[in-house]
Write a protein that binds this ligand. Structure first.
Ligand SMILES: [Zn+2]
Length: 108
């Protein structure tokens, strides 16, 4: 294996596409089949790890890191804003709370 990652390597692109598909599937199945949805999220995370593709800011808001349940705001996750520390706090159904920083500068 080469030391440098080639920009022509198609594998990360395929992995990214697969992760997005799996997360979309997970979201559509969360109400009817929560176990299946969790499995989709687990697979997406496994692919990300295997190919060392970062999940990134956007995709980290899509599921619980603890129980792998896809998040649907108003259904299984509560979102609170803390203006003092500029954090959004996602409280999952399983009891796990995750904080994400938001910034007024970035939102512009
Ligand atoms: Zn959870």
């Amino acid at each position: 294996m080469s030391k440098f990652k080639s920009s022509l390597d198609p594998l990360p692109v395929i992995a990214n596409r697969r992760i997005d598909t799996l997360l979309a599937f997970a979201k559509s199945e969360v109400r009817a089949h929560p176990d299946l949805a969790k499995r989709y999220v687990k697979l997406a995370r496994a692919i990300a790890m295997r190919h060392r593709v970062p999940l990134g800011r956007g995709r980290k808001h899509l599921f619980c890191q603890e129980c792998n349940l896809p998040w649907v705001v108003g259904y299984n996750v509560k979102v609170r804003l803390e203006p003092k520390t500029r954090r959004m706090i996602y409280s999952c159904k399983c009891g796990k709370r995750t904080a994400f920083v938001y910034s007024k500068k970035r939102a512009k």
